[in-house]
Design a protein around this ligand. Structure first.
Ligand code: EPU
Length: 420
């Protein structure tokens, strides 16, 4: 049921997009990788299943620690039934190529925002000396031995930056990636690799340098908190005229969001590892353009559009990362929002109220946006296809309930309930 203020504190889980890269990266390590602060989400379950299929021994300790031993791996190919469950399965290509000079990886799944090319990943593998062929989406890459390379990315790509790092960490010599993505999870994966024995420098800048090492022996690493989960709670607090302390965050990673919420008339207070968001006055309109980090993250675009649907005035949202990331807007309209979309631009005319309806999550972040819209709405909105949300948010409805939201999950997910 919507209309409740969210109040209290909530703790953010480990970063999904770091976890789903660090786990396959363990394939490069011939020792035990202990990864801490791993979120309990379906995408992690899916990549762990693939690791086990490949022969890795994976132990989950206390829910959020994974111990992965990849000393004995059975092969370098994976069935499509497993890779199609998530986007990040494409990291298996870089990791298997880096470890065995050979990878065969069927197409990934995950959220669909139109065309999601991987030409930059391929460009990187080829520069490293691999022969790459693609048959019906399955990548096959092999090399006699990988050689160092200079790779200039034509587009800033998180996936290509990480995949090329994975392929290069054990290549003989110095690989340089120019125009690299600078997202916090790119830096986190580089730090993870270094903790396991790699030599990666410059992650978080435009130029990443990877000096190949012969062997990676393993170690312990704690993943950063999830920037997008944190941003989602910040937006939810502003949306409900709430007062929420979002704990276990890195405020630096949230600067673009904090600034935008302040522009909308929320009060944002930063502490060392938490952020408090409150709103009392009217929500102001704002224009938002999504950009690679440190710009405003595309993965918070649907949540922001939901928020702005109740702002005073007209807001313009420009999606500059993905071609087709406004598919969920019809669902928001079903709740009474007034939004028109022309290509990559959405114009949101603020309305007085949203009200209950049946909506469906069309993808992970759209699902989070619709939850925020439902929290603002009058009546009892019902949301379907919430499995998308479970792919990337750990216990979202339970965390929101702890802040005072009235949410009931119908249908059962006992495992997740028992964990909280
Ligand atoms: N691109 C290319 N060629 C490539 C790779 C990307 O043209 O070879 C283009 C894409 O079409 C897109 C842009 O470059 O227009 C950025 O794509 P990027 O490769 O950075 O995206 P990704 O690695 O596939 C990750 C996150 C997404 C997030 C984007 C952008 C993971 C597993 N996924 O995707 O997260 O939207 O970066 O920040 O890390 C999510 O978590 O919900 C999610 C979709």
């Amino acid at each position: 049921m919507g209309g409740k203020r969210l109040c209290g504190s909530v703790s953010v889980s480990g970063a999904k997009n770091a976890a789903v890269a660090a786990i396959p990266a363990a394939l490069l390590v011939e020792g035990v990788c202990r990864i801490e602060n791993v979120p309990d989400i379906k995408d992690v379950d899916a990549i762990v299943d693939i690791m086990k299929y490949l022969g890795a021994k994976v132990k989950r300790i206390n829910g959020c620690i994974l111990e992965i031993n990849c000393e004995k791996i059975n092969g370098f190919s994976v069935p499509y039934e497993m890779t199609k469950k998530m986007r990040a399965s494409y990291y298996l290509a870089g990791a298997l190529l880096g470890r065995f000079n050979h990878a065969q990886v069927p197409p990934p799944g995950g959220c669909c925002f139109g065309n999601r090319p991987i030409d930059m990943h391929i460009k990187g593998f080829e520069a490293l000396g691999a022969k790459v062929s693609i048959d019906k989406g399955t990548i096959e890459a092999h090399a006699v031995s990988l050689k160092p390379a200079q790779v200039f990315l034509d587009v800033v790509s998180v996936g290509a930056t990480i995949n090329i790092m994975l392929a290069a960490v054990r290549a003989n010599g110095l690989t340089v990636i120019e125009n690299a993505a600078k997202e916090p999870h790119v830096v986190d994966v580089a730090n993870f690799l270094n903790a396991m024995g790699a030599n990666v420098r410059g992650a978080g800048t435009d130029t990443v340098k990877i000096k190949g090492v012969e062997k990676m022996a393993g170690g312990t690493y704690t993943l950063i908190p999830d920037q997008i989960e944190a941003g989602t709670f910040m937006i939810a607090a502003a949306a409900t005229r709430g007062d929420v302390l979002v704990k276990n965050v890195i405020p630096k990673h949230l600067e673009s969001i904090s600034a935008k919420l302040a522009e909308m008339n929320a009060v944002v207070e930063e502490y060392d590892d938490s952020i408090r968001v409150t709103r009392e006055g009217i929500l102001h309109k704002a224009n938002v353009k999504t950009m690679p980090y440190p710009g405003f993250p595309t993965d918070l675009q649907p949540q922001t559009v939901a928020l702005l649907s109740l702002a005073q005035g007209t807001s313009i949202i420009t999606e500059s990362v993905w071609d087709n990331r406004f598919q969920y807007v019809d669902e928001l309209r079903g709740l009474g929002a007034q939004i028109s979309v022309d290509g990559k631009v959405a114009v949101v005319e603020g309305v007085e109220k949203l009200s209950g309806a049946n909506v469906k999550a069309t993808d992970l972040r759209a699902g989070a946006g619709l939850v925020i819209a439902a929290l603002m709405a009058e009546g009892i909105p019902q949301m379907h296809d919430i499995y998308h949300i479970d792919r990337g948010y750990e216990g979202l409805e339970l965390k929101l309930k702890s802040l005072g939201a009235q949410i009931v999950r119908k249908g059962d997910d006992k495992k997740r309930r028992q964990l909280m």
